[in-house]
Design a binder for this molecule. Structure first.
Ligand code: NAD
Length: 311
């Protein structure tokens, strides 16, 4: 039974995910290097621990939700990290929901498969790991409506499914270790490129005298329809409740988009594959960050074109 959950990384996403697990009845113990994030949990009577190792001592399953590969490797391999005791681990299952490159997920998976369980607890002898990054952003994390893309052994995926369903609406099994991470960075690369495509087309349309609202109506019943045009429109005033209508605040930052594109490009070069559109998109998002938009939603790329900076 996966009843005792150790949750590491209580940021914008992780804090909501951990709360949803608690609401679903799991016994959750948390850790974060930020004391303030932990305090919010300890004030509600949720056990907090000072290191990943301490969390692992009282958990059947560990979930990590950390900023990047470096942080994930530190939590697994660092001093007082999840694997610092070497061969014999307590938890049976490890789930990394951070967005990282597939190589990092596979590296950790290899390290874990060399370890053994302290006690068998009725499971197979070696602990399992899943890479299970998410799509949906902070509102979906809060509402328990995330989509999980999961890589690792299918047996582990099936065991983890009820846990993932306490935090999300959809879980999709993607195949072996690293495939969840691969799916996530491919999704985000396509999203980055389509947002730029839609933004560029809207900017051109406005320069040619077509109103963005008219062009949106046309796109949304024509072949250019996509998430960036019908759900997350980048032009201020076209849709309510999206970042473009609140000066590109909230949402998914340009900095995170640049990070995800970086992962995609590094992974592509790792397998000798060229992604010209992806690398162009990365350059644009890096430039947006340098221009002071790193904490603005990534749809602010529209403003980058509309303000004439691309002349
Ligand atoms: P965040 O920066 O808000 O939270 C990360 C948390 O990890 C912080 O509380 C930080 O203190 C903690 N942390 C960092 N290093 C640590 C360590 N060594 N030990 C323990 N805790 C540590 O990030 P977030 O927005 O919650 O995103 C988390 C992950 O989810 C990222 O990989 C991100 O790309 C991905 N993601 C984010 C969104 C989004 O909209 N924010 C959407 C989908 C996926």
């Amino acid at each position: 039974q996966l009843e005792n959950v150790g949750f590491i990384g209580l940021g914008n996403m992780g804090s909501h995910m951990a709360r949803n697990l608690i609401t679903a009845g799991y016994k959750v113990t948390v850790h974060d290097i930020n004391e303030n994030s932990m305090k919010k949990f300890s004030e509600d009577g949720i056990p907090t621990k000072q290191s990943p190792l301490e969390v692992s001592e009282s958990s059947d399953v560990i979930i990590t939700m950390l900023p990047s590969s470096t942080h994930v490797l530190e939590v697994y391999n660092g001093p007082n990290g999840l694997l610092c005791r070497g061969e014999r681990l307590g938890p049976w299952l490890y789930i990394d929901s951070s967005t990282v490159d597939p190589q990092t997920s596979r590296k950790i998976s290899t390290a874990i498969s060399r370890c053994l369980l302290k006690e068998k607890k009725g499971y197979a002898e070696s602990p399992k790991i899943l890479d299970a990054p998410v799509s949906g952003g902070v509102p979906a994390a809060e509402a328990g409506k995330l989509t999980f893309m999961v890589g690792g052994l299918e047996e582990a995926y099936l065991a983890a499914k009820p846990l993932l369903q306490a935090m999300g609406e959809k879980t999709i099994y993607c195949g072996g270790a690293g495939n969840g991470s691969a799916a996530k960075i491919c999704n985000n690369m396509a999203m980055a490129i389509s947002m730029l495509g839609v933004s560029e087309a809207f900017a051109l349309g406005q320069n040619l005298g077509i109103k963005a609202t008219t062009l949106t109506d046309i796109f949304n019943c024509s072949s250019a329809r996509c998430w960036s045009s019908d759900t997350y429109n980048p032009v201020p005033g076209v849709m309510e409740g999206v970042p473009s209508s609140r000066n590109y605040s909230g949402g998914f930052t340009s900095k995170l988009m640049a990070k995800d594109l970086d992962l995609a490009m590094a992974s592509a070069s790792g397998v000798g594959f060229k992604c010209p559109m992806g690398s162009n998109a990365l350059e644009i998002y890096r430039k947006l960050c340098e221009d002071g938009c790193e904490l603005k939603d990534f749809s602010c790329a529209f403003r980058h074109y509309y303000s004439g900076k691309n002349e």
